[in-house]
Design a binder for this molecule. Structure first.
Ligand SMILES: [Ca+2]
Ligand SMILES: [Ca+2]
Ligand SMILES: [Ca+2]
Ligand SMILES: [Ca+2]
Length: 330
């Protein structure tokens, strides 16, 4: 190649590099999930270790804000949330190739599917159901100030949203991951309408979740919440609505085969327990659960009436499984 063309080529490449780097400056890449989580979990755990909680159990007046967090003053003798084993618990969620620790507080109506009564489990949503819940949302942040030439860090919280009198249901599969993770661990309650048009809820589950940014909005700011915020939601679960995601006549919670409260879309490299025919589409999204080419919707119909059987009356095949879950009978 002669020098003239080399020069032209070099010039063009230089231009490309310049224009690329300009674009990069405009679109800030998301932070590395693992690095961000390492900071987030330290902040959340520090918050739990340095604050105590006041809970006013006030089921008759659900619209009152009844949870407050207070920083333990120097020399204070209040019990940190961290040291309240009856209240605080956590479990792990795998996402973004990391294992998130999700802390939450069990205030009332906690559902543990290995020990809770069938009645309580029946009142808990699965992770794609809809919930009517009151909540107070706060985010955790750190401030630094210089006192006597020393940098002093302090953990603060700021309320960003409050909905104490919810009027509409929220679909858990459309909320932040933290919500769809935590709500299946609480039960809804009962309600009565009052003559003045108000509704009184009782016996509902209530808790508080501490959501790392990766299970919340991550790098996006949402409303007044800054990007990469760790969120605290205090909530009361008043009511649930079941969802049938694939419209096959069977609610998604009934397509949760291992009854753990969660149905999941296929994730790479993870066996999906809730996929009867193993075709990669879990039952709650599969219109033919057993892969026998007969639609579930059709298999669960009573041939005499043309109407679907109630779920618990769907006929069983010789292997003891319901018709739509075994390919041997249709
Ligand atoms: Ca379904
Ligand atoms: Ca499941
Ligand atoms: Ca399937
Ligand atoms: Ca079928």
């Amino acid at each position: 190649m002669n020098n003239f063309f080399k020069t032209i080529l070099g010039f063009t490449l230089a231009l490309l590099v310049v224009s690329c780097s300009k674009d990069d400056e405009k679109a800030v890449p998301l932070r590395d999930y693992a690095e961000q989580y390492a900071k987030d979990i330290v902040l959340i755990e520090e918050f739990l270790q340095t604050h105590y909680i006041d809970v006013i159990d006030n089921p008759g007046a659900p619209n009152d804000q009844d949870v407050t967090f207070t920083k333990i003053p120097a020399g204070g003798t209040q019990t940190p949330i961290w040291d309240s084993p009856d209240l605080v618990t956590n479990y792990t969620v795998s996402l973004h190739d990391i294992t998130y620790k999700l802390y939450y507080l069990k205030l009332r109506g906690h559902v543990d599917r290995s020990i809770s009564s069938p009645e309580d489990i029946a009142k808990a949503p699965c992770n794609v159901d809809r919930v009517l819940a009151s909540y107070v949302g706060q985010y955790i942040y750190k401030t630094t100030e210089t006192v006597d030439d020393e940098t002093v860090e302090s953990i603060e919280i700021k309320e960003f949203e409050k909905n104490l009198n919810p009027q509409s249901f929220l679909t858990l599969s459309s909320t932040i991951r933290g919500w769809s993770e935590i709500f299946p661990r609480f039960k809804s309650g009962t309600y009565v309408g009052n003559p003045d048009g108000t509704i009184t809820y009782s016996d509902f589950g209530a808790g508080i979740m501490f959501v790392p940014s990766g299970l919340a909005y991550y790098g996006s700011s949402s409303g007044s919440i800054p990007g990469y915020s760790n969120l605290i939601f205090a909530f009361k679960l008043y009511e649930i609505q079941r969802v049938d995601n694939d419209g096959d006549g069977i609610f998604s919670y009934q397509e949760d085969l291992n009854n753990d409260g969660y149905v999941r879309a296929l994730e790479e490299g993870v066996a999906n327990i809730d996929d009867t025919d193993g075709d990669g589409t879990p039952d709650f999204l599969d219109v033919d659960d057993d892969g026998d080419f007969f639609m579930t919707k059709v298999e669960i119909k009573n041939p005499l009436t043309g109407i679907a059987y109630p779920y618990d009356q769907i006929p069983l095949c010789s292997d003891g499984k319901k018709k739509h879950l075994t390919a041997d009978c249709h």
